[in-house]
Design a protein. Structure first.
Length: 222
């Protein structure tokens, strides 16, 4: 296997966003240089708003809360306790297959949510993973995806809402979407589910996709 996994910090050991970003960038350089294997970082962040490259001024927090500008795609979102964040820093097998990479991340999340009886889907024209309108409410986002690929090596990744407080989303237009909601696994099920509960299954599903995503290291036996 060529893909490694590392838990940076889960509750109560939250990771400051800027520290996590520094670790991402350092690891990206090593993976690109071939001195470190493709690695998935799993963690929970301290509460923070981050703005992707397409964020507009009117989408920022209404109360003036500081926002960290980042170099991923997408718009404004929130990270914090109760949300499982995954940063795959991987050398893509197909450097041009960015859409395939995103769709595989979505499929991984959808498969894990199905274990909990949650029927999550992709919705055309909307990024991330969703629960479609039903008796509980309108379309609502349960996982966000925002990536960057630099010289064939990925950065940033996904964030799955497990049992986080949704109040923070009330201060922003999350991901630039004003006509849909946000939800968590715990809210959908009516019982607590933590980020730590998802780690083993997320790891398993990413390993199931490893052969299609990750470039084989030079000199490795096929």
């Amino acid at each position: 296997m060529t893909l490694e996994f590392k838990q940076l910090g889960l509750a109560p050991d939250f990771i400051d966003y800027t520290r996590g970003w520094d670790i991402q960038r350092e690891l990206h350089e090593k993976v690109l240089a071939g001195t470190a294997p493709s690695t998935v970082l799993l963690l929970e962040h301290s509460a923070v708003y981050t703005a992707g490259k397409r964020t507009e001024d009117h989408e920022r927090p209404f109360d003036g809360t500081p926002v960290v500008a980042v170099d991923r795609g997408g718009k404004l979102t929130w990270h914090g306790p109760g949300q499982l964040v995954g940063y795959p820093i991987i050398k893509l097998k197909n450097k041009a297959g960015i859409r395939d990479y995103v769709e595989r991340l979505e499929a991984v999340i959808i498969a894990v949510l199905a274990d909990y009886g949650i029927d999550a889907v992709r919705i055309k024209g909307r990024a991330g993973v969703w629960i479609e309108q039903d008796e509980k409410g309108p379309d609502r986002k349960i996982a966000a995806i925002g990536i960057r690929v630099n010289e064939g090596v990925t950065m940033h990744g996904f964030a799955i809402n497990c049992n986080n407080d949704l109040a923070a989303y009330g201060q922003i237009i999350a991901c630039g979407i004003s006509d849909a909601g946000v939800t968590t696994i715990a809210q959908e099920l009516g019982r607590d589910v933590t980020p730590a509960d998802l780690v083993s299954r997320i790891t398993e599903e990413l390993r199931n996709n490893e052969h299609a995503l990750v470039a084989t290291p030079e000199g490795a036996l096929l």
